[in-house]
Design a protein around this ligand. Sequence first.
Ligand SMILES: O=C(O)CCC(=O)C(=O)O
Length: 267
Amino acid sequence: MSHDENHDLTDIQIEHYKQNGYLLIEQLLSSEECDELNRTAADIVMGKIPLEEGNGFEMEPAAVSLGLASQTNPDPAYLFKIGHRIHVSNPVFRHYAMCKKITDAIASLIGPDLLCVQSMYIDKPRKIGIGQPYHQDSHYIRMEPDTLIGVWIALDDVDEQNGCLHVIPGSQREEVHPHETAIDVRQKQLYLEVHSARKRPEIACPLPKGGVVFFPGTMLHRSGNNITADRQRRAYVLHYCNARSILKHKPEYEQYLLVRGNHYCGS
Ligand SMILES: O=C(O)CCC(=O)C(=O)O
């Protein structure tokens, strides 16, 4: 596939995103590209690749409680998360943050000038990986105007058993809801939650390895627990915005990466 190939979305895809607030593409990255990201994450956890300033990794809390792994005795099979600037500091993660397959698609949705503002590699280990309850990313990443878009790339086959994403179509048109302590006893140690979202009809977003979900920052979304006995659930999760938006929060470390088009002062 040529690097110059155009990956703009079709009118039908753009319309689906506008109407429903999310868009699934089943094969964005190849299986080999996903393997490269998974290998790189494992090398970071095992200390073979340095974790640059502004990044950290955490083991799954349940794995730590069970004595299966710890910060000083890490194991990629029990990872929780690496973040939040691997799209800047690591060449492999940066390559995919900037790849045209992603940036052309996002440009079709929020315009040609794009900043990547955050990245996470999130794992839900088999049997113990815990889901993130309903939230809106615009609660955490604030800007004016709000052009935030989440890009959730499945690095394993994902479904409702191993913790795929769920969305509430229509919620993308709403303001940011109050985010309160999560209700679930395990989730409350890690996450805030929009409690009212629990009663609302949702759509699961199962995907093959290499598939992606695009969704705006105001979309209410959650992930499930990984209840499978033998399947990991790894994802590369990126957040982008239109480079003309003014970000309210400046991170401690340089984190905003222009991935396409022009920079504008203020962002
Ligand atoms: O991958 C997950 O489990 C949830 C990620 C998510 O919802 C987010 O990063 O906003």
